[in-house]
Design a protein around this ligand. Structure first.
Ligand SMILES: [Zn+2]
Length: 418
């Protein structure tokens, strides 16, 4: 029988489980899209057929307008940005990313990634990302805060991860945008699942995105969705009781900081799922094959899912209003790349039976998935017994840096202390 042991940070063990609300809202991502009905009755998805028509940021761009805007920024700000192609969709539309920094060739800068609209009908984030690019570029040298961000960070922004879904009704309208790609696949259920043995093939758009992310070394990212207003931190695969994320406390503190930026906004927002405005994904709804857990577990990048508008297809005249309250949060989140937890970048070492997330700062870890009071032996790599421990708490602080074996009655795995 295979035993899976997960080693988690003991420092984070206390208070990391937020009690589930009695009456949680259903996670919209779990259900097929429904026709969005405007509350006000005057909803419009007005299109911009030229970049000039995007000047007020109160329209959605046609596909060609989107491409023109991305190219124009690269032309207008060659010292601050360059355009990269992640790949092409099934129907041949471009999946683009803009890289922004005042030191684009400095490989020592931490790399940040925003990606939006993997669900093609969740289009608020598409325009928010375009406006964010424009704001970062036009504010350089003007805003101290944004200048510092571009000086110290390599920022990549992919405004539209599923162009075939967004322009399902044709390149000149988002009226018939839909969730799926051209092959009816929900892309956010078809990433390689780091925790389950799914046998599905990886859709083209996702494989290209994986290739792109592997070419970079992102340490913090977010994937923007719509249909709710909540920050959804990992894991999506487990409830926080089953398996809290090793950096759950850090996530919660960051989410709180982000949500604080929009609490002064007069209209009630980000309270439709949780009053706090954030939740561990699995406490809301457990999913498999999502991008968030893949990025966190397999790529070693901290990624959150941002659900940014209850209305997936926000009336275009409300886009400026959403920008007003979302922009401070989007910027605050990017800045967090400079205060990452110390465990970032330490890969989980996995054998057949064990995976490990040691805390390099304290040397203390929490074991989960083992029997109560189960004995654990820590051995050197040659198999010499060094320490014994019992129960869920394991203290590696007496040991020097190195690779060790961890052995229980029926499992053995490797652990790295750095
Ligand atoms: Zn979504």
């Amino acid at each position: 029988m295979k035993l899976k042991i997960c080693i988690l940070l003991i420092a984070l063990a206390a208070g990391m489980v937020s009690p589930a609300r009695g009456q949680k809202k259903l996670r919209p991502d779990a259900f097929p899209p429904v026709e969005t009905i405007s509350k006000s009755g005057n909803k419009a998805l007005t299109m911009a057929s030229t970049p000039a028509e995007m000047a007020g940021w109160d329209r959605y761009p046609t596909y060609s307008t989107y491409l023109s805007m991305m190219r124009q920024w690269a032309t207008d700000y060659p010292a601050l940005c360059r355009l990269d192609t992640i790949g092409t969709s099934i129907n041949g539309r471009l999946i683009l990313s803009i890289e922004l920094s005042s030191a684009l060739n400095d490989s020592t800068l931490p790399e940040f990634f925003y990606s939006s609209t993997i669900h093609g009908d969740e289009i608020t984030g598409f325009v928010m990302m375009l406006r964010l690019i424009d704001t970062l570029l036009s504010s350089y040298g003007q805003s101290e805060r944004l200048t510092a961000l571009l000086d110290g960070t390599h920022i990549c922004i992919n405004p539209l991860a599923n162009p075939d879904g967004t322009y399902y009704g044709g390149n000149n309208s988002v009226q018939n945008a839909r969730r799926y790609n051209a092959r009816n696949i929900d892309l956010n259920r078809r990433y390689p699942d780091p925790f389950r043995n799914y046998s599905y093939s990886i859709p083209q758009e996702n494989q290209l995105m994986i290739n792109y992310m592997q070419r970079h070394h992102f340490s913090l990212s977010a994937n923007l969705h719509g249909g709710a207003e909540v920050l959804n931190y990992p894991w999506d695969s487990f409830t926080s009781l089953e398996r809290p994320h090793p950096d759950a406390e850090w996530w919660k503190a960051l989410c709180r900081k982000c949500i604080d930026t929009l609490r002064t906004y007069p209209n009630g927002t980000f309270d439709d799922v949780e009053d706090s405005g954030f939740i561990a994904g699995g406490d809301w709804y457990v999913i498999g094959g999502g991008r968030q857990d893949y990025v966190n577990q397999a790529l070693g990048c901290l990624e959150i899912t941002m659900e940014i508008s209850v209305d997936k297809q926000l009336s275009s005249n409300r886009l400026p209003e959403y920008w007003q309250f979302l922009a401070p949060m989007l910027i605050t989140y990017m800045e967090a790349i400079h205060t990452l937890p110390t465990s970032v970048g330490i890969p989980a070492v996995t054998s057949e039976q064990l995976s490990a997330y040691p805390n390099p700062t304290t040397g203390q870890v929490l074991l989960s998935g083992i029997k109560e009071n189960e004995k654990i032996e820590i051995l050197d790599i040659q198999g010499h017994l060094l320490m014994q421990s019992q129960g869920a708490t394991l203290d590696l602080s007496p040991l020097p840096q190195g690779i060790y074996l961890l052995r229980t009655a029926d499992a053995i795995g490797k652990i790295i202390k750095r």
